[in-house]
Design a protein around this ligand. Structure first.
Ligand SMILES: Nc1ncnc2c1ncn2[C@@H]1O[C@H](COP(=O)(O)OP(=O)(O)OP(=O)(O)O)[C@@H](O)[C@H]1O
Ligand SMILES: C[C@H](N)[C@H](N)CCCCCC(=O)O
Ligand SMILES: [Mg+2]
Length: 226
């Protein structure tokens, strides 16, 4: 039976995909098989295979098994906007049942670990008063929190951690990611979060514009995940 984790972040564009790929590589380095799942994506290019989202393509590329695109990303919208607004524009509703069906199907693939990447931050609206976090809570998935290290992230990280815990979920670990040049007083900010997030710290990912997942994986210690 696969073990699954949900990867969330303090915001959109904080490095959830970058870190998920690095985590996948770290786990593969530890001889674990791993696949990624991006249930809902907004921001996609039309190709002759249909709409393709970059995050989902990266997760597909870094997985242990070759899986069809639709298995990794069942719900995709073209505009890079809040998915429930994109769905409204397309005359669709985001179906939690579809999110779940795709997840159950991936879990039958036999991978040791499934990493599920959210979209945006923890409280991603799906429409109809629902959040993607409701599904995570329903599945009781442990959560990995990616903190985008910039001024303001202490508030975002503490609020997100509080909300995850209030949902009755465990924070499996957190990563301090620098998706742009290093913030001032980075170490002091990380120290603060290490004292105030009651969960394993997987490490700091520096800004590595040329890095591939192989190199990025060296910055993380994910032993606490297993
Ligand atoms: N540590 C890093 N070093 C260099 N580039 C990074 C780093 N972290 C993230 N990036 C880059 O920053 C951009 C945003 O990162 P990413 O796409 O992983 O964010 P995200 O949180 O997954 O966003 P979304 O909410 O759209 O899913 C990407 O171009 C990514 O390659
Ligand atoms: C387009 C972007 N990169 C993500 N795919 C979607 C982010 C949704 C954010 C919703 C919100 O405002 O909280
Ligand atoms: Mg992403």
């Amino acid at each position: 039976m696969s073990q699954a984790f949900f990867v969330t972040g303090t915001d959109t564009e904080v490095g959830k995909t970058f870190i998920t790929c690095a985590l996948m590589q770290s786990l593969r380095d530890m001889k674990k098989t791993v696949i990624g799942y991006k249930p809902i994506a907004a921001g996609a290019e039309l190709s002759h295979h249909g709409l393709l989202n970059e995050d989902a393509l990266l997760l597909q590329q870094h997985g242990s098994f070759d899986l069809p695109y639709e298995a990794i990303n069942p719900i995709v919208f073209a505009p890079p906007i809040a998915p429930h607004i994109a769905a409204q524009q397309a005359g669709q509703v985001i179906s939690m049942a579809r999110v779940d069906a795709g997840f159950q199907q991936l879990k039958t693939q036999g991978a040791d670990i499934v990493l599920v990447e959210g979209a945006g931050g923890w409280r991603l609206p799906l429409g109809d008063g629902q959040y993607l976090s409701d599904w995570v809570a329903d599945k009781q998935l442990p959560v990995i929190l990616v903190v985008g290290m910039k001024l303001g992230c202490l508030n975002h990280a503490i609020l997100t951690a509080e909300s995850i815990i209030a949902c009755g979920l465990k924070i499996a670990g957190w990563v301090a990611n620098s998706p742009a040049s290093e913030q001032a007083y980075l170490t002091a900010n990380i120290d603060y979060l290490r004292q105030h997030i009651d969960a394993p710290y997987f490490g700091h990912m520096p800004f590595m514009p040329q890095a591939d997942a192989l190199e990025a994986a060296q910055c993380l210690d994910v032993a606490a995940m297993l």
